[in-house]
Design a protein around this ligand. Structure first.
Ligand code: UPG
Length: 477
């Protein structure tokens, strides 16, 4: 039996695309079995359990192998960020991964070991066990180009990104403000910074980099990586653009609970005119303060547009709880007085989680206000829905620059001091997206990108060719 072992980072945003990669391989090469190593970290990973359960029951060739708990239980209170505790969890997991791979090798031929960028501490295990090891990058190719070049910038300066106050130049990309680097990268003394630079330095030592994107979406970045200019001082391994991989749109497939609520919001969409609804949803972890939620509500109400809005409770005041899922929001308390009543003919508020892929594909949805998580971006591109880019965390500020300036598939939300978006800005931006010529131009470009996505994944397309090349590289002589 030939097996592919995959090792995703635990958050839902990383898990979904790894699972989809497994399904893609099985679709075209059903003789493989896919084994996914999972770990339960001591923080909220965004509804992964129902998702894993769903995949296990619908795709038997994919099995999940749960790694034993790490030797030292981690206390979330001692970590400054979700990245810090994720990196430490994955580092301490290394011996478990080693044992799992060894034990799987006793009964199967492991043709490839595919790891998430955050799982880089497991990279040497593949070499030790003589298993070809690939890095799977779950964001876009342009972000990958930027990340591959970061160790070079790191070596050429001693300054912190947070203090630079400059535009950074990366091969083939538009200039990106230094302050747009992911938060854990802003200071060199952060442990997460040190880990990140290490991961990015190690990544080119893998046997190949798989990226969840397609060539016609990000042609310049793909070329720059393949030409080796993003890693000037050492060889770049082969790049495989096999995407877009997005979660299937069955109603529970996106990972959430509450099937009835899902049905309700999709039925509500059924009753709305084609292309008329703005959808607002901010990934698995996006949370807003009570003031910010009120400003969004006021902006939406003033715009007069139809909307479907996923609202979560604000972040807990007790900082020790930031790593855990928030309870469902009390909408009457959080939203302006009478808001739900006044907008009930044209608005629908979903608590905590919506079936995003199905929503974006719905004919009534005409615009998407997104936090720029890469899965959300690809889901919008595949559905041909134009975006307003409002980044919140991780690499999302980088994605915004690329979406707005390079791909031109989104309008930029303009935040005030501290990232706050005023009601005026919300009203202006959603109206611009849905009703102006500028919005229409973005919509037209997204339709073209959507066609590109379909072409890339179909027979003879660039992503199908990349997959064939990748699988071909596993064939032993
Ligand atoms: O109410 C919701 C909220 C989210 N989703 C799904 O959850 C996934 C969220 O993924 P993504 O949009 O990528 O956001 P994050 O969960 O924030 O993903 C993390 O991982 C991504 C891939 O590396 C990065 O691009 C992000 O910045 C990082 O935060 C998507 O498939 C959504 O469809 C739902 O179905 N319903």
């Amino acid at each position: 039996m030939e097996a592919i072992v995959m090792y995703p980072s635990p958050g839902i945003g990383h898990l979904i695309s790894m699972v989809e990669l497994g399904k893609l391989i099985l679709n075209h090469h059903p003789s493989f079995s896919i084994i996914i190593l999972t770990t339960t970290p001591p923080f909220n990973t965004g509804s992964t359990s129902p998702y894993i359960h769903h995949v296990s029951s619908t795709t038997p060739s994919i099995t999940f192998r749960h790694l034993p708990p790490i030797s030292i239980p981690l206390d979330p209170n001692s970590y400054p960020s979700i990245e810090a505790i994720t990196f430490q969890t994955l580092l301490l997991n290394t011996p478990n991964v080693h044992s799992a791979l060894q034990s799987i090798s006793l009964t199967s031929t492991v043709s490839a070991f595919i790891i998430d960028l955050f799982c880089t501490p497991a990279l040497p295990i593949g070499a030790q066990l003589r298993i070809p090891t690939y890095c799977f990058f779950t964001s876009g190719a342009a972000c990958l180009a930027c990340y591959l070049y970061l160790p070079t910038i790191h070596r050429n300066t001693t300054a912190n990104f947070k203090d630079m106050n400059t535009l950074l130049n990366f091969p083939s990309l538009p200039p990106i403000p230094s302050s747009d680097m992911p938060k854990p990268m802003l200071e060199r003394t952060f442990r997460e910074y040190v880990c990140f630079i290490d991961f990015l330095t190690q990544m080119p030592k893998s046997d190949g980099i798989i990226v969840n994107s397609f060539e016609s979406l990000e042609p310049k970045a793909v070329k720059a990586i393949m030409d080796g200019v993003c890693v000037p001082d050492s060889p770049t391994p082969p790049l495989y653009c096999i995407g877009p991989l997005i979660a299937s749109d069955d109603r529970r497939g996106g990972g959430g609970e509450g099937g009835e609520v899902h049905d309700e919001c999709l039925s509500w969409l059924d009753s709305q005119p084609s292309g008329s609804v703005v959808f607002l949803c901010f990934g698995s972890l996006g949370l807003f303060s009570a003031d910010q939620l009120k400003a969004i509500a006021i902006g939406l109400e003033r715009s007069g547009l139809r909307f479907l809005w996923v609202v979560r409770s604000p972040p807990p005041e007790d900082k020790s709880k930031i790593f855990f899922a928030t309870p469902d929001p009390d909408l009457d308390l959080l939203l302006p007085d009478g808001f739900l009543d006044r907008t009930k003919e044209r608005g629908f508020v979903v608590k905590s989680w919506a079936p995003q892929v199905a929503v974006l594909k719905h004919d009534s949805v005409g615009g998407f206000v997104t936090h720029c998580g890469w899965n959300s971006v690809l889901e919008a591109v595949c559905a041909g829905v134009p975006m307003v880019a409002w980044p919140l965390y991780a690499e999302q500020r980088i994605n915004r620059v690329l979406l707005v300036e390079e791909m031109k598939l989104a309008l930029s939300m303009n935040e005030s001091e501290g990232g706050f978006v005023t009601a005026d800005e919300m009203e202006k931006r959603v109206s611009e997206l849905m009703e102006s010529e500028k919005g229409k131009a973005v919509r037209d470009r997204v339709k073209v990108a959507s066609e590109g996505a379909r072409a890339a994944m179909s027979e003879g397309g660039s992503s199908r060719a990349a997959l064939a090349k990748l699988v071909g590289s596993w064939k032993r002589d």
